[in-house]
Design a protein around this ligand. Structure first.
Ligand code: SAM
Length: 197
């Protein structure tokens, strides 16, 4: 499995206006693009990928989990994905609850989510000044990559990630948008996996 966790610093935790994703929804457009880049390839879905979002623009925080192996009727465009997240946020259950095939939400703070993820994945933090991903790609087993939205990670969150991360990894010295980082990460891992096959 490959996983991604994207921190949505301002992303709202309640149903939002689908016509104002970048504004009143707190850059929900970034979250939707990250889901699209994590899960979709040309005419297909990556079934071995999960993406988690932590929506921090309300109290309490809400986590969203989208599983490539389970989704049905999701299209890669922002509005379609936003509609499914909006529906998921109508439920306020504390534990993971499914709102559509492959889409789950739960009330969770950052520590709780990371503590759950370390049971399943090896955590890698994506940051411009990390070690080159190309140098370690052959060692990655069940990786989950943590990245921020346009605001990055707060100092407190970064401390928690660094406590659990195997490594801090860089894609290059250029600061990319979050969804671009997901695409580049897939590209680096795909290249390696196809070379050895
Ligand atoms: N101003 C924000 C900051 O200083 O953190 C920029 C955030 S950037 C748009 C979004 C996220 O993508 C970052 O938090 C980081 O996790 C990741 N990122 C961006 N460029 C990267 C790179 N070259 N290598 C690794 N991660 C990168």
């Amino acid at each position: 499995m490959r996983g991604f966790l994207v921190i949505g610093n301002k992303a709202v935790t309640e149903p939002f206006n689908i016509n104002d994703l970048p504004g009143s929804a707190g850059r929900m457009d970034i979250m939707c693009r990250c889901i699209a880049q994590a899960l979709f390839i040309s005419h297909g879905v990556r079934k071995d990928v999960e993406i988690y979002l932590l929506l921090c623009g309300g109290t309490p925080f809400r986590a969203v989990r989208v599983c490539g192996g389970e989704i049905r009727n999701m299209a890669p465009d922002e509005r379609n994905i936003a509609g499914l997240i909006r529906k998921a946020l109508k439920n306020s259950s504390r534990r993971w609850k499914r709102s559509s095939p492959g889409i789950y939400t739960a009330t969770m703070d950052f520590d709780e989510l990371i503590n759950e993820l370390i049971m399943k994945y090896s955590i890698y933090y994506l940051r411009e000044d990390g070690e080159k991903i190309q140098n370690v790609v052959s060692d990655l087993r069940n990786p989950l990559f943590v990245l921020g939205d346009h605001l990055g990670l707060s100092h407190e969150m970064e401390k928690v990630v660094l406590k659990h991360a195997e490594k801090v990894l860089s894609l290059s010295k250029v600061s990319y948008q979050a969804d671009q980082c997901i695409l580049i990460t897939h590209y680096e891992l795909d290249k390696f996996e196809h070379e050895i096959m």
